[in-house]
Structure formats: C-alpha cells, structure tokens
Design a protein around this ligand. Structure first.
Ligand code: AMP
Ligand code: ZN
Ligand code: FE
Ligand code: FE
Length: 278
C-alpha cells in the first residue's frame, strides 16, 4: 500500500501553469499531496504565495525553480529544490533570464509578422501575470485561429527549428548549479529523456554532472515511459545521485499531468522526499 503522495515538480501562473500558486496548493492538498514543490520556469515569484497557502492547507511546500540550460540536441532543464533564499542572487538571475526571454519572444513576434501574422508582444506580456513562454505564444496563435490547439502551434510554428522558433539565451550548467547552491538549494537534472541523447551518452553526462556538483536526477517524470524512469533511477543511484519524482503539473487543462502522479499514472510515494534530506 502506498502512503501519502508527494510531488516535486509543478508550475503556477507565475510561469506557464494555469492555476495561481494559492489555487495550485489548495488543489494539491485536496488531492492528498502532502508535499509539493513549486518549480516555475525561470522565476521564484510564486513561492511566497504558495508558502502561505501551504501553511493554511497544512501541507509542505518545497520552494523551487526550473532553469533552462544551454544544450543540444534536446531540452535541458535544471530543478532547484528546497531553496532557502529565493529573494537574493537567484531572483536577480531570474530577472536576467526574463530579459533574455522577452528579447526571444520579440524575435518570435518579428518572425510571425514576416509570415503575415500581426501582433503586439507588449500586449501579451502585459496580459500575462509573469514569465511569458512559448506555451503562452501558442495559446495566442490558437486564439488568432492560426493553429488548432497548443500542440498544433508547436508542431507547425514554435517547436525547435520550426519557422517561428528562435533560440533564447540560457544559463551554462555551472552557472545554474552555482545559482541554485547560492540560494541554499539542491540541483536536480529534470526529465533527462528530454535531452534526447542515447543511454551511452547519458552515462557520460551523469559522470560530468557529478563533477559539476549536481545533487540529483529527476528520474520519474510523466514525459517518459515507466521502464525508462526505472532505468534512470538505477543509473542515478549507481552514480550516487539523489533521486526525485514529479508530475510537472501545469493545471487541469493538461489531463496527462496529474498532481502526485508521474510516469504511467503511477503515484509518487512519499519515500521520494528522502532526496531532500540534508
Ligand atoms: P520556453 O521556455 O518559452 O522556450 O517554452 C518551453 C516550454 O514549451 C516547455 O517547457 C514545454 O512546456 C513547451 N514545449 C516546448 N517544445 C514543445 C513541443 N514541441 N510541443 C509542446 N510543447 C513544447
Ligand atoms: Zn512549463
Ligand atoms: Fe521542464
Ligand atoms: Fe516543468
């Protein structure tokens, strides 16, 4: 029998989630999640609200962040978990990332304009409550009837190397790890399958990450198959990494991501909280 469930990866309206930090925490509590990490993309702006909500709901809120790292061929995300000081240097790092994001988003709007889709990025920016990502731009394209749905917008226009795609400046791994550590947090490589590399290459990367001071691996993520997650967990433990698990919940609009559940719909046992022990 599984005990209480936890969830070490989620998003709010501070980035591209659809629930406010307070609503996200209330929903997690209602669904029996006893500990939730808020890990918004490139921002720590939702943490205070989430902490207050978690204190009323009687659950544990793990202050976190998700930073994008420069990498090819796939996507490299680094989670900072159990942050202790998210108002100092880390907030400044996030502000810098927000600037690069705005510049990238302006370039995406330039490309759309060249393709005959007129729009003002400033309006989208003002309308959104926080970090503006490609998912927001995808929704904007859907509202303009330039795409059928969010996924269609990514497949046609916004995915990597598609016509409106434009790279954004990301942090090198050493700087991101340092930023997380300065904030008193633990650094975890998120959903390694999204790096899009072979298992042989992944093994080499695990060795490199260890030297960079990465603390752990998010082995369990709904974007991967259960078999791959189990294999990641085994490899991570072999290297002496901490092992985390999350849902990457973005709100009720994405039913394949459920709070407290990970790959294959599997519940996240609270034994995974051990990865945060100091
Ligand atoms: P951004 O950080 O603004 O570049 O947006 C990245 C986010 O867009 C990711 O975290 C995913 O949620 C989403 N995303 C990226 N590529 C795709 C894709 N090919 N299909 C669907 N969503 C995607
Ligand atoms: Zn996201
Ligand atoms: Fe991610
Ligand atoms: Fe995420």
């Amino acid at each position: 029998m599984l005990g209480p469930v936890i969830d070490l990866h989620s998003h709010s309206t501070a980035s591209d989630g659809s629930l406010t930090p307070a609503d996200l925490v209330a929903r997690a509590a209602k669904e029996g999640v006893s500990a939730l990490a808020l890990t918004d993309h490139d921002t720590v702006a939702g943490i205070d609200e989430a902490l207050a909500a978690a204190s009323s709901a009687g659950i544990r809120l793990v202050p976190g962040v998700e930073l994008e790292i420069s990498f090819a061929p796939g996507e490299f995300h680094l989670l900072g978990l159990e942050l202790r000081d998210w108002k100092g240097a880390l907030a400044a790092t996030c502000a810098g990332l927000a600037d690069s994001r705005h510049e990238r988003n302006e370039r995406i709007f330039d490309r759309m304009r060249e393709a005959g889709i007129e729009g003002d990025y400033g309006e989208l920016r003002d309308a959104s409550g926080g970090v503006v990502g490609r998912p927001h731009i995808a929704d904007w394209l859907v509202a303009r009837k330039a795409a059928k749905n969010r996924q269609d917008a990514f497949d046609k226009y916004l995915g990597k190397h598609r016509p409106f795609w434009s790279p954004k400046t990301c942090l090198p791994l050493d700087e991101a790890v340092a930023a997380v550590k300065r904030a008193g947090g633990l650094a975890f490589v998120a959903h390694p399958m999204s790096l899009f590399v072979s298992w042989a290459r992944l093994r080499l990367l695990f060795g490199e990450w260890k030297e960079y001071g990465v603390d752990g691996i998010e082995a369990w993520h709904p974007g991967a198959r259960e078999g791959a997650c189990a294999r990641l967990e085994k490899l991570a433990r072999e290297f002496g990494f901490r092992v985390s698990a999350g849902s990457d919940f973005h709100g009720p609009g994405r039913p394949e991501r459920r709070l407290g559940r990970t790959a294959g719909g599997r519940k996240i046992d609270d034994a995974y909280l051990a990865c945060l022990e100091r």
